[in-house]
Design a protein around this ligand. Structure first.
Ligand code: MN
Ligand code: MN
Length: 322
């Protein structure tokens, strides 16, 4: 690999356990950096869990994801994609929320991502709870609705919690549809399971044309078949991918606030991410890693491994579009 400014620190130059951790050992390139305009895919931390309705801690996700990300190497050992050779990747740093003010935090996140999108950078975010995706979508889908693939054990399509809360990590995609950010006809939601409050979120999904693939159907068909359908649904137009780590079975990803049993294993978690290959991914996120529940660090390691898979597909999309 030719060394350049956007090349990660190599494991044979500095051992991977040494050094100041950035996402995947990439250069830290904040807005004011002179080479900010050259970045094509920006890795961003969203240390925010103010939208959490049960066990918190996802605000600590980006720091642990960065720490574990130093174990990521330069090439994908399954597909041999080498994203850092294909496109300019950088760690853009963390968006700064206001931990005391939910609505203002969303405004701050939207403003941050608007600057990223305006610079032509495709954002790949490590969260944070799932409400983060809403202000990101407000920036990424500002000009037109995007296709949408969601890996999750929950729909996050609820209308309201506790009678008044319309903005929390159980409602972001209901709001995103209402705001015209997602095309519901190009929306595929995979992995739903567990106990439910009711059927209201499913009824809403049916009423607008969202395709839900519940976990039973997923297990019966397998990752490749399901992802073939997902690719068909979103098509060739721009798509945003959101990956909630609770899509994965809690045996493999216990470090999350709202786990649901009966999910895919870590191999299948990677398989569905590889099934994104060929799509025009304009942004993606990996959310809901909660380090206080992740004693071994294994959940964050799986999370950053999934971010690397998504990065590979995003890099290929950028390269195809040149
Ligand atoms: Mn979830
Ligand atoms: Mn979710």
């Amino acid at each position: 690999m030719t060394k350049g400014f956007f090349t990660p620190v190599a494991g044979f130059d500095l051992p991977r356990f040494a050094g100041v951790p950035s996402f995947m050992r990439l250069p830290h390139v904040p807005f004011e950096h002179p080479r900010f305009g050259e970045v094509e895919v920006g890795l961003i931390g969203a240390p925010w869990d103010g939208g959490t309705t049960n066990r918190p801690g996802a605000r600590h996700g980006p720091r642990q994801l960065r720490d574990l990300s130093t174990m990521i190497r330069a090439m994908n050992g399954e597909t041999w994609v080498a994203p850092f050779e294909m496109v300019n990747c950088a760690d853009l740093g963390d968006v700064a929320p206001n931990p005391g003010d939910l609505m203002e935090s969303m405004a701050r996140m939207e403003a941050f991502y608007s600057r990223v999108v305006a610079a032509g950078i495709r954002p790949l975010t490590g969260g944070g709870d799932h409400l983060c995706s809403l202000p990101i979508l407000r920036a990424v889908a500002k000009d037109r609705p995007v296709g949408f693939i969601q890996f999750d054990s929950h729909t996050d399509l609820n209308d309201c919690y506790f009678g008044t809360s319309r903005y929390n990590h159980g409602t972001p995609f209901r709001r995103a549809i209402e705001e015209g950010l997602i095309d519901p006809k190009r929306y595929c939601l995979i992995g739903i399971r567990g106990t439910a409050y009711g059927r209201e979120d499913w009824d809403f999904a049916d009423s607008v044309g969202i395709r839900i693939i519940p976990i039973g159907e997923y297990h019966a068909r397998g990752a490749e078949d399901v992802m073939a359908e997902a690719r068909e649904i979103v098509g060739a137009a721009p798509v945003y991918v959101t990956y909630d780590i609770d899509f994965v079975d809690p045996t493999f990803a216990p470090g999350t606030g709202t786990p649901e049993v009966g999910g895919p294993n870590s191999w299948e978690a990677l398989q569905v991410a590889r099934g994104l290959r060929g799509l025009d991914i304009v942004g993606a996120d990996l959310v809901e890693v909660s380090p206080p529940f992740d004693a071994s660090g294994g959940t964050a390691w799986l999370g950053i491994s999934l971010m690397f898979e998504m990065l590979c597909s995003m890099a290929e999309a950028v390269a195809r579009g040149r």
